[in-house]
Design a protein around this ligand. Sequence first.
Ligand code: SF4
Ligand code: SF4
Length: 290
Amino acid sequence: MVPFVKLKNFWYVLYPMENGNFIHLCQPDEGKSCGACCGLYNYAVSTRESLRERLRNRTELFRRTVCSMMDIQAFSEKIRQSENGARLYDVIYCCEYLGFLDVEEKRVGCLLHPLQNSGQDLRDVSFYGRELCEGHFCPSYHYISREEQQALLHILDDWYLYGLCVTDIDLVKEYFRLISEKVYEMPSPDSFRIPALKEASLRFFSFKISWPYRSEAANRFGKYYFDGSQYMIHHIDYEALNVEPSRFKKIFLSLSSDFKDAAQVREAETLIQNAIDEFVLHYNEIKDSR
Ligand code: SF4
Ligand code: SF4
């Protein structure tokens, strides 16, 4: 018997954050959620403000005009006419049915889901179809360990940053590896509830938004770039920069780094190292005080 059935983006209603060994990364709690695989970050302009505005307008229109399957086409057409649909990658679909699930605008999710529509499942009209929308689990479910998932949920509290980080497996795994090596253990997930440790970790993951060496190239997204027909993994040419490949090279790729010279690589390494050291310092202080 299958131990769980995935209702994409809505599990939290039926289950608490964790169900046995399963953590629902799409909708982990009432304070955040992810909509990355619905194309959330694939708009040419994907700042927090622009996405919030986009989701807000959709949600308002949906609530006001959609009562049944009959109304959906008109909703879809209106969204396509009114929104700037320019995408980062044309081959990745941006679904117009992604909106906010709550009035506080803390959770992004599917407006077609039955729990948003008095039990009516409207997802048959979607680009991917109901079965795909229901059944998709991204690689983060498999590659980010349970402890890392739990820790991440304690660290991140907002939908925008959460969706960017939970889907960046390299960034997550590298961070927990680096701090674990320094403190000689994987800190327990609960330790990330402690304000000093949570804030230190949050400062690291916020680089996903604030990284000063982020490439301006429109076709870069994390470690990927798109050459017009397919995704490729970007490589930082350390030889051309006349430096050894950085010990933080995976993190640099996750942060879409583009370095002009060796000095920038060193500065970037210092930023990452400081973020790690800050966590380690607080962790050891707390440990010693117990
Ligand atoms: S990218 Fe992963 S965590 Fe995010 S909504 Fe899709 S399946 Fe869920
Ligand atoms: S219809 Fe599918 S792709 Fe669109 S928002 Fe809903 S779950 Fe995401």
